[in-house]
Design a binder for this molecule. Structure first.
Ligand SMILES: *Cc1c(COP(=O)(O)O)cnc(C)c1O
Length: 355
């Protein structure tokens, strides 16, 4: 394993007030960087003071979006006081899946989990205390060759930055209003929907912006071919509880396989719930709502953990779900996952790792 060279900052920044963090507004004192060169592999891993990068304007990522990223969080365990990560090996494994799709070279996952732990340990005093706060970790890889021809890059950079965050939505764990998107699509099978890459997000901005203007927090994406099946909600996976069955769309290439989604499925199965991963038509949800069988809906993702859906606007009508309140399944999942992350609930699955 390569040694990580550490250069500490001489000027530590003041910490923001933990009650006014928002999401992704502040960055810690240090960042991790390593380079990839054809013929050399991933080299020169280092932790350095957080600051601007020097890139050529011709850097390939700026033109053709050869870029992948991850999102994970560090917390202080309320039981031990130690800094912990939640299933970091899953994020690193997924990043290599994204890499494969975008012609970005594979990296050593175990090494990177160690590097992230080292970075968190150095900036541990940036982990905010207070309900619904965490240190958000953003690993990303960019193609930096100074070249405006289209080809897989020969020089890339793997960077990790970190940001103390509060609730992702200003609503907190309160239910959000969601707009069913019928005009734009996020991804199709064969595309990049199953990867975490910036292009998927730029493709989603227009729909998101239109929905925001109409007073909705996020859009519900339908499949890009038939516009019939539900896929994801904004940047989260989505679950519906219909007549006792908890359903989430199956992963068939256009949906991002969330680690929160995976954890929810494992928890629900361990509780003996009736859970399915399958195709779910929007019409089935509408029919269930009309028949009084649509019990709950919620999104899942690292940023918000669980985000209950209180209203779904289908384009024709507004479906109010569980009287616009959080349902028992969403509440129990939220309490359990956050409890395990914070060390309040025993980690029987072995999901939490000390840094
Ligand atoms: C990151 C992401 C999710 C959630 O994944 P988690 O691993 O649970 O954070 C869901 N959908 C999209 C499109 C994402 O980018």
């Amino acid at each position: 394993m390569q040694e990580i060279k550490v250069t500490l900052t001489t000027e530590k920044k003041p910490k923001p007030d933990s009650s006014s963090l928002g999401f992704g507004n502040y960055f810690t004192d240090h960042m991790f960087i390593m380079d990839y060169y054809d013929g050399k592999g991933w080299v020169d891993p280092r932790i350095v003071p957080y600051g601007p990068l020097a890139l050529e304007p011709s850097a390939m990522c700026l033109h053709y979006a050869q870029e992948v990223f991850e999102g994970m969080k560090a917390y202080h365990s309320k039981a031990t006081g130690k800094a912990v990560l939640f299933r970091p090996e899953k994020n690193m494994a997924r990043l290599n899946v994204s890499n494969e799709r975008l012609c970005i070279p594979q990296f050593d996952e175990e090494f990177m989990v160690g590097a992230i732990k080292k970075l968190v340990a150095i900036d541990e005093d940036w982990i905010p205390e207070g309900d619904n706060t965490a240190l958000y970790i953003r690993p990303f890889i960019i193609a930096v060759d100074p070249h405006v021809g289209v080809h897989p890059a020969h020089h890339l950079m793997f960077i990790v930055i970190m940001s103390p965050v509060g609730s992702y939505y200003k609503e907190g764990i309160n239910p959000v209003k969601i707009y069913v998107e019928r005009n734009y699509v996020r991804a199709v099978k064969g595309g990049m929907g199953f990867t975490k890459t910036g292009g998927n997000y730029s493709a989603s901005l227009k729909a998101q912006d239109d929905a925001n203007k109409l007073g909705y927090a996020q859009v519900l994406w339908l499949d890009g071919v038939e516009r019939k099946y539900v896929e994801e909600v904004g940047t989260m996976n989505v679950f519906f509880k219909i007549d006792g069955e908890i359903v989430t769309p199956s992963l068939e290439g256009s949906i991002l396989g969330g680690i929160t989604r995976m954890s929810c499925l494992e928890l629900l199965r361990s509780w003996g719930c009736n859970v399915s991963e399958r195709k779910l038509a929007l019409q089935e949800i509408i029919d269930a709502a009309h028949n009084g069988k649509l019990e709950e809906a919620f999104g899942t993702g690292t940023a918000a953990v669980i985000s209950p859906i209180g209203e779904l606007f289908t384009g024709d009508e507004k479906l109010i779900i569980n009287d616009g309140k959080i349902g028992p399944t969403a509440q129990k999942l939220y309490d359990t996952i956050v409890g395990i992350q914070n060390g309040i609930i025993p980690d029987t699955f072995g999901w939490v790792q000390e840094v």
